[in-house]
Design a protein around this ligand. Structure first.
Ligand SMILES: [Zn+2]
Length: 95
């Protein structure tokens, strides 16, 4: 187990199970949203990439992404999930 601090949360993550999950033959969605996310994730802020990497999440394997249109500021809101197989055995809010 690896402890990871995420904002006010202290997570204990089982990276072994996460990595094992990603070595399986996971169906990769080929829709435009997922392909766009995979490409965009290559340009994420390093601090954001570090969070996902710390949790063992593979950004190149998203699923069920949807776009909710352009926002007033011109940005686009994307909602989706990154499949993972990690466990949180303990969590608490840090003060
Ligand atoms: Zn997709």
């Amino acid at each position: 187990m690896k402890q990871i601090r995420l904002m006010k949360w202290l997570l204990e993550v089982d990276l072994y199970k996460t990595e094992k999950f990603y070595t399986k033959d996971i169906e990769i969605c080929d829709c435009l949203y997922c392909r766009n996310f995979i490409e965009a994730s290559k340009h994420f802020n390093p601090a954001i990439i570090e969070v996902f990497t710390g949790l063992g999440i593979n950004l190149s394997k998203p699923s069920h992404l949807s776009e909710f249109g352009e926002q007033e500021d011109g940005l686009r809101l994307i909602l989706g999930e990154l499949s993972s197989k990690w466990e949180i055995s303990r969590r608490r809010i840090l003060c």
